[in-house]
Design a protein around this ligand. Sequence first.
Ligand SMILES: [Zn+2]
Length: 105
Amino acid sequence: MDQIKAKLLEEREKVREELARIEEALQERGEYGLGKGDPAVYQWEFNLALREQFKEHLQEIEEALQRMEEGTYGICEECGKPIEIERLEVLPFTSLCIACAKRRQ
Ligand SMILES: [Zn+2]
């Protein structure tokens, strides 16, 4: 479990760095003359979408760490069964077991 926690903390650090980088890129918007079809606009919109994705991911990681604190980590939030350890090793932030994740798709 310590290993998984270390992984989560590492992942959180990475996501935070990515977010900071994206925020910085978004700040540069004013430097472009924003015209429709401008590649810079696409890039900016892409970064905006990316920022949302990373924010969601950060949220998932925070929640996983929270569950670790509470001692409910590794329990599927859908069926209440333990999540497969192989799955947690690959997706330490997941809150669903394989069967429930498949059902949700
Ligand atoms: Zn489940």
